[in-house]
Design a binder for this molecule. Structure first.
Ligand SMILES: C[S@@+](CC[C@H](N)C(=O)[O-])C[C@H]1O[C@@H](n2cnc3c(N)ncnc32)[C@H](O)[C@@H]1O
Length: 198
């Protein structure tokens, strides 16, 4: 991350022991759509420094499992979470899960992946789009029927096309800008609910 926003969410995350303020974005999404439940298996793409995984770990509890991937190592030890250092643009997810003897089907896939921002809007948007597109392709390979997908997206001209892609695979698709997202930021979150349209 290029810099840290030291606002009320930053302070709250510090007080509550979360690795990043981004945790409140996922909490807000879950409060709205009630996605995350005890015992679920959840994939967390772009999980470093680990705040989403920390919170998911608490929510799924000891019967559940969280599997996180990032380019960067996550220096946390959590009982029901396993972290991997991988490039999600290059991974073969079904065989990765099989080779590591992990569950091969997920109740949910969440992706907070973001490129290193350059400050050049077109470049950042294109890189974000590539990551979101890959997150969706991977989610389609591993989601259980009725599963959910949450994905951070840097708004661009491709946005409607991407949302339409989700609509092909999920019964309900929502777009959210959680309060913890900075007002001037062009990031938003897409939420796909009930994977498999039939
Ligand atoms: C905003 S941070 C995620 C914060 C995290 N959700 C949390 O709550 O701690 C975005 C992450 O996406 C990761 N990322 C970007 N491109 C990636 C890729 N190709 N594969 C895996 N992770 C990637 C970055 O390394 C970075 O750690």
């Amino acid at each position: 991350m290029a810099y840290k926003v030291q606002d009320k969410y930053f302070k709250k995350a510090k007080e509550e022991g979360f690795a990043a303020r981004s945790v409140y974005k996922l909490q807000d999404i879950d409060q709205k759509f009630k996605l995350i439940k005890t015992g679920q298996v959840i994939a967390d793409f772009g999980c470093s420094p680990g705040s989403w995984s920390q919170w998911l770990s608490q929510k799924v509890g000891p019967q559940g499992k969280v599997i996180g991937w990032d380019l960067t190592e996550v220096p946390l030890k959590l009982p029901n979470v396993i972290f991997f250092q991988e490039d999600m643009l290059k991974i073969n997810l079904p065989s990765f899960l099989e080779q590591n003897q992990l569950p091969t089907l997920m109740d949910g896939v969440v992706s907070d992946m973001a490129p290193k921002t350059t400050g050049i809007r077109d470049v950042d948007q294109a890189r974000s789009h590539e990551l979101c597109d890959m997150a969706l392709q991977l989610a389609l390979q591993v989601l259980k029927p009725k599963g959910f997908f949450v994905c951070k997206y840097f708004q661009s001209g491709e946005f409607n096309k991407f949302r339409d892609q989700l609509k092909k695979h999920f019964q309900r698709v929502e777009v959210v800008k959680p309060p913890a997202t900075r007002t001037h930021s062009y990031e938003i979150f897409l939420v796909g609910i009930n994977f498999g349209k039939n």
